[in-house]
Design a protein around this ligand. Structure first.
Ligand code: UDP
Ligand code: MG
Length: 311
């Protein structure tokens, strides 16, 4: 009998969890009937500050299919997904958000695509960004444009972390143990045959999003740096351009005579700015390398459905 693991990273989701649990159980029970599969629910508590962990304990008491791991602090959604994938035992794994923005109704459809081996992965792709602020959408689109220009790894606009995958693909993802994780890039980097199912954006069922605009901005920088070294080479480009400009200036000034101090000052500031920018870019990569080289664990587990870990 094939086992499907449902991996759900959760951070402060006490409000939506009961709704989510009812919905997913309904869908998965139908699948048990229809396809003769079995399933497990693998919840990850990413150091929630509300009653999420208590809810997990309750659920795992009353339902033996519920397993969970709880982190020692908030490690971020990427770490949550990684931990969930690592603990999952299924022949297939589906990852989705707890807030019902990834409609569980899609799971049977995803399974249909993957079960016969035609595809290794089925995922949803948002075709509209309704319900999102126009500025946010604009920045998101800009991000995908830049990303796909400067990186060899293609990131599909509107692609999501809602994925149904084979064990082979999951193991490939787990073999990428990098600390700075950018799943959209990782999913696409490992390759495999992927089916994109298009759908309209839906609002959160309850609770609030934990992503601020600043966080999203930082996350997109992470993404660019994790999958492209193009920004590092920008300095070479600027360097060459400015050498040429200064040469031309030298020639022009030699002909017309050197002018006011202010012109020189402006130039100095400009060049200074460019140098700082390039140093900043170098610094960011250095910082990433520094974090990778430390080889820290991606997450630390404090408790599972079997109880608090003692050592
Ligand atoms: N999440 C998490 N750790 C975090 C932030 C979020 O595990 O530090 C989970 C959250 O509980 C949800 C999913 O990641 O299941 C997506 O989060 P959210 O709905 O806040 O993001 P959005 O849908 O706005 O992108
Ligand atoms: Mg959400």
């Amino acid at each position: 009998m094939k086992l499907i693991s449902v991996v759900v990273p959760c951070y402060n989701e006490q409000e939506v969890l009961p709704l989510f649990y009812d919905k997913i159980t309904e869908i998965m029970s139908d699948m048990v009937q229809k396809y003769g599969i079995d399933y497990e629910l693998m919840f990850v508590d990413d150091g929630s500050k509300d009653k999420t962990l208590e809810k997990f304990r309750e659920l795992s008491h009353k339902d033996s299919r519920v397993r969970f791991i709880s982190f020692s602090r908030n490690f971020g959604k990427e770490a949550g997904m990684y931990a969930g994938l690592q603990s999952s035992k299924g022949d297939y794994v589906v990852v989705l958000d707890a807030d019902l923005q990834h409609p569980p109704e899609f799971i049977p459809k995803m399974y249909e695509y993957v079960k016969d081996g035609e595809f290794d992965c089925a995922t949803t792709r948002r075709v509209s960004r309704d319900g999102e602020s126009p500025i946010r959408s604009w920045f998101a689109r800009l991000f995908y444009k830049i990303m796909n220009k400067i990186s060899q790894t293609e990131i599909v606009d509107g692609a999501q972390d809602f994925r149904f995958m084979t064990r082979h693909m999951v193991d490939s993802i787990l073999s990428m143990t990098e600390y700075n994780r950018f799943s959209k890039g990782i999913f696409s980097w490992v390759g495999f045959k992927t089916k994109y199912i298009e759908y309209e954006n839906v609002e959160r069922a309850a609770g609030t999003t934990s992503w601020s605009f600043i966080n999203l901005f930082k996350y997109s920088l992470e993404g660019i740096m994790a999958f492209s070294t193009f920004p590092l080479t920008l300095s070479i480009f600027f360097g060459i351009v400015f050498c040429i400009i200064s040469l031309i200036m030298l020639i022009v000034f030699a002909i017309v005579g050197f002018g006011s101090i202010s012109g020189v000052l402006t130039g100095a500031f400009f060049i200074g700015g460019i140098i700082l920018l390039c140093m900043g870019i170098n610094g960011m990569y250095l910082a990433k390398t520094y974090m990778e080289i430390k080889n820290r664990p991606i997450y630390i587990v404090r408790e599972t459905e079997k109880g608090v870990i003692e050592r």
